[in-house]
Design a protein around this ligand. Structure first.
Ligand SMILES: Nc1ncnc2c1ncn2[C@@H]1O[C@H](COP(=O)(O)OP(=O)(O)O)[C@@H](O)[C@H]1O
Ligand SMILES: [Mg+2]
Length: 308
């Protein structure tokens, strides 16, 4: 845990801009403002720039996740800035070298990352809130198509996000764009791996190898599950078969194993869209390792054909 305890209105000066901490109302129908979002590795605060009123996210890492790998990844990520889905590469890392007086004042801000705040919903919150009446088959196709494009582009460079899951993907309100979050663990061949990623519950292939998901094929299984969630969640039968508060379609011990009613419904919905999608899902489900899963390019090409 961190000892950092900002309060609404508290100010921070970063690169001569004053930022003010402020609670954020996630969704218009939420009852309460959210003060901070806790992820696995960090706590994310909302800041407002006093200069131009724009919103920013400050990712304050929990002590055991802090380290100079964040500085290195922030530098490496600069070249992704213009890639579809990588908007949060626009970032500043508060390194002890460049921000020494700020870090002296607030030691927990060491290696914290300042990035643009995106007022979109995570895919997890779309599943959890079940406001899926608004989520149509057409939206499902456009969301999955753009997500597959983002993941296939990364795969083309032999790179992988390594923790694809519903909480790490933000969806635009029209479901035509996605942005990936939690990109510090990106796998880049030949770059030193800071920590092997084993992904998140609900998206884990049963037998990842020695390097976990920190390999070029690292996103193939989690990507397949995420795409299948996006492609099928519009269907009322599937929603009714999914426990309330779930943030993933499959339970961890169902994956690649339990051929229950939900698995069959997912297959039926995929087949009703296109038989090729069902084939890709079946291949990922049966794959004994990541390399045997369909490539993200296969998903992307298949979805592009359907979209035409
Ligand atoms: N730039 C951002 N804009 C809006 N929300 C964000 C942003 N970054 C993170 N979040 C929110 O904070 C949560 C945790 O962020 P993440 O970077 O995934 O942290 P962790 O590494 O701890 O999982 C996300 O699931 C999302 O809800
Ligand atoms: Mg996360």
């Amino acid at each position: 845990m961190t000892n950092f305890s900002p309060y609404p209105g508290m100010q921070l000066s970063i690169d001569s801009t004053i930022y003010e901490f402020q609670p954020y109302r996630y969704l218009p129908d939420d009852e309460e403002d959210v003060w901070a979002v806790e992820g696995q590795e960090a706590i994310i605060y909302t800041l407002r720039s006093r200069e131009n009123n724009t919103l920013w996210a400050l990712k304050v890492f929990k002590p055991s996740y802090r380290g100079d790998y964040i500085e290195r990844s922030s530098q490496e990520l600069q070249r992704y800035k213009h890639m579809l889905g990588f908007y949060v590469c626009h970032r500043t890392c508060l390194t002890p070298g460049a921000y020494s007086s700020l870090i002296q004042q607030y030691p927990d801000l060491e290696y914290a990352v300042l990035m643009p705040w995106l007022a979109w919903k995570t895919w997890a919150s779309i599943i959890r809130l079940r406001d899926s009446q608004e989520y149509t088959r057409e939206q499902a196709l456009s969301l999955a198509t753009v997500t597959a494009q983002v993941l296939a582009e990364l795969e083309k460079q032999n790179e992988a996000h390594t923790d694809i899951s519903s909480v790490n993907v933000l969806c635009s309100p029209d479901f035509r764009r996605v942005e990936l979050l939690d990109i510090e663990g990106l796998y880049i061949p030949d770059a030193p791996v800071r920590r092997i990623s084993y992904g998140s519950v609900g998206y884990q292939q049963r037998r990842p190898g020695r390097h976990g998901l920190s390999v070029s094929e690292g996103d193939r299984f989690a990507g397949a599950i995420l795409l299948v969630e996006m492609l099928t969640w519009w269907h009322p039968k599937l929603r009714s078969l999914t426990p309330p508060n779930a943030t993933a379609l499959f339970h961890a011990d169902e994956l690649q194993y339990k051929r229950g009613q939900r698995w069959q419904t997912v297959r039926d919905v995929l087949w009703s869209i296109n038989a090729e999608l069902l084939k890709l899902f079946d291949q990922a489900w049966a794959a004994s390792d990541l390399a045997r899963c369909p490539t993200l390019r296969q998903w992307s090409e298949c979805l592009d054909r359907i979209a035409v």
